[in-house]
Design a protein around this ligand. Structure first.
Ligand code: PSV
Ligand code: MN
Ligand code: MN
Length: 405
């Protein structure tokens, strides 16, 4: 528990440094972090799906768990859904159930990787009938968007090949554009299409949408409402993700962000657990983008989502931890003394520039987050509060063998 005296002292120290604490607090209060329905369900690795007692048995229970995360953190009012994992008979009912829980439905994600027909690809498959099937599934998701009130279609394609010569790369590239164009035309009026990339897995030779440049290329051809989605787990080791974020922001093409962490690949670990400095540097670019009139509009419209398939951790605690770690990184990014940094950069003072950034990263923001939560009527420590609540006991009634992939 952080005392009022500690909080007061923290505020004074920051104000003395010239940090606009009120502005910082407001930005933290307005942060929206969407959580994924699948992050509450059973998942695993390619070797095994681990079953946990108490995971949701249907999409409605996933929403209930997401509502619990929102109740404790105050910044997760939206839930992304994945079709058909979250298939229901009545999507309007799913929407009203979410609303009753104080939630809204966020991004709609088609599933283009689990149907046996998609073994050689979905929209890039060599056979026309399979490509058509993939497109019609995505168009079905567009219809679902209308029913659940979603304005984001989030696309990730597992398409690719395993061997040189397996298929014709340029032909597949054209198929991708044909499909995306057809889907773009069908988007609801105010909706955006986010195009995610990933350099490998499940394909191991070439992936049709392997990096930000490929996504960006399609987005440029499609139009304003097509934007790139950056997932922290989808790059080769050593890739400078903050640089990609900065570039896409400057081009007005950064539309979505998937938070997670990995040591080697993809999204298996809780956000901020392996490389909190990288997370901070990403948030630094995002906040810097918000402060720049040239990029502010794009930066303020980014959909922030957790995309995490933690498999050995308890579901809700892992989600809360990720949310808290994202808030921590954003809080630190908001403390960067941007004017001083600009000046040091312009003077070419390498040591001072790096130190200014590092100084913000090394600031303990727990008193700030405690204050923000207090002002939002939330518990200081959402995870401790969850663990002490009745909810973890209540969900045990669901038993084992809930939904999962
Ligand atoms: C597969 O890598 C993946 O994790 C992508 O990041 C998608 O966003 C997610 O699955 C949901 O389809
Ligand atoms: Mn993702
Ligand atoms: Mn992923």
């Amino acid at each position: 528990m952080i005392s009022q005296a500690e909080i007061k002292l923290w505020v004074k120290v920051q104000e003395d440094k010239g940090i606009p604490v009120e502005t910082v607090k407001n930005r933290l209060k307005n942060l929206v972090i969407e959580t994924p329905s699948w992050g509450y369900a059973d998942c695993g690795t390619r070797f095994k799906v681990y079953k946990q007692v108490g995971v949701p048995r249907n999409p409605y229970e996933k929403l209930e768990d997401a509502a619990e995360v929102h109740r404790l953190t105050g910044v997760c009012p939206k839930v992304a859904i994945h079709i058909p994992w979250d298939k229901v008979d009545d999507y309007s009912h799913l929407k009203s159930y979410a609303n009753e829980l104080g939630l809204g439905i966020g991004a709609v994600n088609p599933n283009l990787f689990q149907d046996d027909n998609f073994v050689l690809g979905s929209v890039c498959h060599p056979r026309e009938e399979v490509r058509k099937k993939a497109i019609s599934h995505i168009l079905e998701c567009v219809e679902i968007m209308k029913l659940v009130g979603s304005d984001v279609l989030s696309l990730w394609f597992a398409d690719g090949t395993n061997y040189p010569g397996q298929d014709h790369i340029r032909k597949r590239k054209r198929y991708m554009l044909e499909a995306l164009s057809q889907i773009y035309e069908a988007l609801p009026e105010n909706a955006r299409m986010l195009i995610e990339y990933k350099f490998f897995e499940p394909a191991f030779y070439h992936t049709d949408l392997a990096d930000w440049g490929m996504s960006y290329n399609y987005c440029l051809k499609l139009g304003e409402r097509a934007q790139v989605l950056v997932d922290l787990g989808h790059h080769a080791q050593g890739t400078n993700i903050p640089h990609i974020v900065a570039l896409l922001l400057d081009e007005g093409k950064l539309g979505g962000f998937h938070f997670n962490n990995r040591k080697y690949a993809d999204d298996d670990l809780m956000v901020g657990t392996i490389d909190p400095y990288e997370l901070f540097l990403v948030c630094n670019e995002l906040i810097d983008g918000e402060n720049d009139p040239a990029t502010a509009e794009c930066a303020r419209n980014i959909t922030y989502m957790i995309d995490q398939c933690h498999s050995i951790e308890s579901k809700i605690p892992a989600m809360i931890k990720s949310v808290v770690n994202i808030q921590t990184a954003f809080a630190k990014a908001l403390l960067v003394q941007r004017d001083a940094l600009r000046q040091a950069q312009e003077e070419g003072d390498v040591i001072r520039s790096e130190s200014i950034l590092k100084d913000a990263f090394e600031t303990d923001v727990r008193p700030l987050l405690a204050l923000v939560r207090e002002e939002m009527g939330l518990p200081q420590d959402p995870l401790a509060s969850y663990l002490q609540s009745e909810y973890p006991k209540k969900i045990l009634e669901r038993g084992i063998g809930g939904q999962g992939w």
